[in-house]
Design a protein around this ligand. Sequence first.
Ligand code: GDP
Length: 453
Amino acid sequence: MFEALSGKLNGVFDRLRRRGALSEADVSEALREVRIALLEADVALPVVKDIVNKVRERSVGQEVIRSVSPAQQVIKIVNDCLVEALGGGAPGTDGVEHVPGLSLNAAPPVAILMIGLQGSGKTTTSGKIALRLRTRDRKKVLLASLDVQRPAAQLQLETLAKQAGVTSLPIVKGQSPLEIAARAMQVARGELYDVVILDTAGRLSIDEELMAEVAAVKAATKPHESLLVVDAMTGQDAVNTARSFNERVGVTGIVMTRVDGDARGGAALSMRAVTGAPIKLLGAGEKLDALEDFHPDRIAGRILGMGDIVSLVERAAETIDKAEAEKLAAKMQKGQFDLEDYAAQLKQINKMGSLSGILGMLPGIGKLKSQLEGANLDNSILKRQAAIIGSMTPKERRSPEILKASRKRRIALGSGTTVQEVNRLLKQFDDMSVMMKRMNKLGQKGLMRGGLG
Ligand code: GDP
């Protein structure tokens, strides 16, 4: 998500950084480019205007132009404004502060109502949430499909429940959605379930019948969370769908799916301002473990190419072991990350799923990623890079700066690659180190704890 926007903004900021001292005209020019980048990313116009105006006001107010590192200041202000647009920082229109992820803080059985159009990823997301609640939060979860429209829907949920290792409500033919919902709640109370996930029927488009059905189920079950699932790839349509649902039935949060295929990200940036409802979760793949909490500050970091070390490390902790992930995070923060660590990491990345999703979280790697995109980004690149590092001596891995032409030729030969590929790896590692150092400077001012300054 956000690759295109991220690339454009980084171009703008690279030019600003090269300038050193900034004039008011420089800032205006940069803001004009930021505005175009946001519009091209399909961010809603009022949201674009709001972000650009805020950045302008704050840049002037804080006398950015006369400060020692003006470009850095402008980037920080843009970062803050993105965090706000994404729902972080200040409370939303409803006066409620954004809390990432689900809220389960209620007496069990806690009901979660899943709402959305057909094909939005509602059923898959129900399975993902069930898996996460069972494995991460150790909850006893019951899944129930209220979809009596599509004959296959209830069977699909049954299959997903098996994959997630949770129970699905036995199918009783001929029951209405309300009857199924009542039976689910009864079973959940009787058999002491912690959470009941109710997957409602979708439609191809919003119609009154769908709204009425969802509203009736909501009134009967009084869910703790009413999650609206929308497809990020539908852009502003997703935002409009969310607005209609929120106005008609009221939702507690939005789940955006298919962010793995959405390069623009405009819907995510517009959602909070247009609908008032917070994004709580992201679906980033077809597999059941491809679910992320939505942290506005981390997402803003990803957009600005500062990477999302926190999410990366969390993902690592889920797939790898915790001690190793913590060691890695500490090394990254101290700037002691060397090629040895990088090689170990390459192996783990294979385990961690979608390569392009992971790359997006690494600082300074956005540019490389867009270069690779055409070249069929797959895991063979990881293997080649691992081979290159494998052909280095331990000393070379710790101090890559000693690598001159003859050593590079030897390494390329040894790994069955080319000097060009060796150079590319080293450049990438360099970019990463620079970005990490930059982040650490910011980190001391509070970036790593969420929100700059
Ligand atoms: P529903 O009609 O809303 O219940 O949609 P489904 O859950 O059946 O999902 C429709 C399709 O989208 C399926 O092929 C899913 O595998 C796919 N899908 C769901 N979520 C994601 C996601 O986050 N990323 C990707 N790439 N595919 C997804």
